[in-house]
Design a protein around this ligand. Structure first.
Ligand code: TRP
Length: 454
């Protein structure tokens, strides 16, 4: 559907699924479990849930309304809604964040492809937990293999972006998202019935708040923004393709619920299995790549063909979930270059793909041969992850909240949230109150705490 010369999503379900497709990805299945493991389990999850509810949903509504009102890329949006001001820098910072996330995210997305082929070749059969650890380490440290997968993954993203919004993004999400969900449910069932799984369940449900410090809170907040695709104008760009009758509040709740549910379920796959086979929960970014193959081997030891089918299916769907997320990040940067610099879409897309291949390779090498090169004690991969998730996204979210809560005309906010008064939004006052006061103050406090001023 083309309106005003700009593409639109075709249906309401398509809108929810495409936005959820952006949100659901490696952030839920790879990053959420390992951050939960790093920061102590249940207490982290509680704080995370609080961040999603109190900060995530209202800011998501804010991003949606900026995008739909302006019908422009995220930097252009601020120039339309706040002409002649410096607000455009919020959009530009978002574009930069998107580019950086896409670079390191593609590395992990590439790993999922390796595991797809490993699964297809029946490479997991008969391996012990230790062997899974070793083979992951030798693979991710290899200078060539991960790089090839990363390039392949970025090229796939590229070609979908070039095909356009509706045909590329929407169709894809509609089929794959429900399939992923069903498979995840099956795997939760398998994982919690492994011997010794109850320790993992306890880890997820019994909070120990005595270990919570400002690091844990910053990590939970960063994870909430990362997982919901918030703070960099990603959902703002998607919302610029929404129709006028989309209920922004309801869409935000749907996306938030789907995303959170999948992250929690991923936790229930990973931790019971990790405790069952004796893998430490704080294994870091490698966590899902060393625990999951064990789940397949052990849960289906009586039926190897089931282990085979489920492992192939799982990694394929994980790669697809990653793809719907990389598409959304790529789209932000491509739409920006295309609309702001008057480049053709194709050319803009090539610039993004090329740039991300370059930085992605550096990120990938920083985990192996380039381990010695660090900045502030972090390799490139970890540095990009840290700077984006823990600084740029929350900062972007804070500025979006201030923009909608304080700068933007109240009438515009009301028109967008209630669709010109045709919708009754019960949470309206709460949403505005959070955007005005709670979100900016809470994020500022976490930042100040982290910088050590308090
Ligand atoms: N939310 C996605 C995930 O969980 C990743 C992602 C897509 C993202 N677009 C984003 C993260 C924009 C931050 C900002 O995998």
């Amino acid at each position: 559907m083309i309106k005003n010369g700009r593409a639109n999503f075709g249906s309401k379900l398509g809108i929810i699924l495409a936005s959820a497709g952006s949100a659901v990805g490696l952030g839920n299945i790879w990053r959420f479990p390992y951050e939960t493991g790093n920061y102590g389990g249940a207490a982290f999850i509680f704080i995370y849930l609080g961040c999603v509810l109190v900060l995530g949903l209202p800011i998501m509504i804010g991003e949606f309304l900026i995008g739909r009102r302006s019908r422009a890329n995220t930097a252009g949006a601020y120039q339309i809604l706040a002409p002649g001001t410096q607000w455009k820098w919020v959009g530009r910072m978002g574009v930069l964040a998107g580019f950086m996330i896409l670079s390191f995210y593609s590395v992990v997305a590439g790993w999922t492809l390796e595991y797809v082929f490993e699964a297809i070749g029946n490479g997991f059969a008969g391996k012990t937990p230790d062997e899974f650890v070793n083979s992951f380490q030798s693979f991710s440290g290899n200078p060539w293999k991960p790089v090839i997968w990363l390039v392949l993954f970025l090229l796939s993203t590229h070609f979908i972006i070039v095909r356009g919004v509706e045909k590329g993004i929407e169709k894809f999400s509609k089929i794959m998202m429900p399939m992923l969900f069903v498979l995840i449910l099956i795997l939760v069932g398998c994982s919690v019935s492994l011997p010794g799984a109850s320790k993992g369940i306890e880890f997820l449900l019994k909070p120990d708040f005595s270990k919570v410090d400002s690091n844990v809170i910053l990590a939970a907040m960063g994870q909430a923004f990362f997982s919901l695709s918030l703070g960099m104008g990603c959902l703002c760009t998607y919302a610029s393709y929404f129709n006028k009758d989309v209920n922004l509040t309801r869409t935000a709740f749907s996306v938030g619920i789907i995303d959170t549910f999948i992250a929690i379920l991923a936790g229930f796959i990973i931790f019971p299995a990790a405790f069952s086979v004796g893998i430490e929960p704080d294994a870091g970014p490698s966590l899902i790549f060393i625990t999951l193959p064990n789940v397949f081997q052990q849960a289906f030891s009586g039926a190897p063909w089931l282990a085979y089918i489920f492992s192939v299916l799982f990694y394929v769907l994980l790669a697809v979930a990653a793809l719907t997320s990389t598409i959304s990040m790529h789209e932000v940067v491509t739409a920006y270059l295309h609309e702001e610099f008057k480049l053709s879409r194709k050319r803009a897309a090539w610039m993004v793909t090329g740039g991300c291949i370059f930085f992605g390779i550096l990120c990938s090498l920083s985990l192996g041969v380039g381990k010695g090169f660090t900045l502030f004690g972090l390799g490139m991969f970890d540095l990009f992850d840290f700077v984006t998730a823990k600084i740029m996204l929350p900062l972007g979210g804070m500025l979006i909240a201030i923009f909608v809560g304080w700068y933007l005309d109240k009438k515009i906010v009301w028109e967008e949230i209630t669709n010109n008064g045709t919708l009754k939004v019960y949470a309206y006052k709460t949403i505005i109150f959070i955007l005005k006061y709670i979100a900016p103050i809470a994020i500022a406090i976490v930042f100040i705490n982290e910088l050590g001023f308090i």
